[in-house]
Design a protein around this ligand. Sequence first.
Ligand code: CA
Length: 280
Amino acid sequence: MFSQTKSATTLTSSVIRFRNIRWLIVGLVMGGSIFCASAELPEQIVLKHLATIPHDKHSYTQGLLWDNGYLYESAGQYGESSLRRVEPESGNITARLDLPPQFFAEGLALVDDSLFQLTWRENICFVYDKKTFQLKRRFQYPGEGWGLTYGGRQLIMSNGTNVLHFLDPQTFRPLRRVEVMDRSKTRPEPVRHLNELEWIRGEIWANVWLTTKIVRINPKNGNVIDWIEMAPYVPEEYRGDTQDRVLNGIAFDPATNHVYITGKYWDVIHQFRLEVSEKK
Ligand SMILES: [Ca+2]
């Protein structure tokens, strides 16, 4: 069952259309809401907290996505890695495939009826049938696999650096890459340790490893659009854990604009509604 929160809390941030100019974000924290403003703000977003869903605290979440009434999850660690279908109302796992112990599962993306699951240092992406979890094929790639999402035409993959690779889902061949840079600083800074990814309304949202922040990225040029501070939603007992139980896992349902956020070994998934409005 969903447990409704007594008072809705909102996270507010802003969409900025880039023209390679510097911009400014001013953040204010007032009464449980985070407000951001910038020099160019055609619209702003609000993440309104709706519910808290149970999550398997034995799942080292490395990938999360939403499809047709279910969450799909990739859980990592050697000897613990799996692919799961999760019923969001209850948190129950309705399908599960355990990987052989030599594989450390990572990011997860859905292309049509195929689930793509990365591995960390095994250089293999497994492709499964969405319904049966039957292995259909596998791809090899160089380097580490961290996060994965699908932008409608291309897969987007992170590898722990500040580089995102755009891949052909038919061949897994790299098509292009962008470097993710935060240009709000006096000197532009690379955003390293990009981890779990989610394609949301033409943007890439990414967890940043070992932080409580989600970064919103412009897929065209890699520029940071904005940051979302999720610290208020990190379970109290996990705060200060700088190794394992960190924020990781973003899923989006475009039909309802619901955003699902969790972390590794967390016992909760937070459900938000993404609201977009013109800047006043
Ligand atoms: Ca995701």
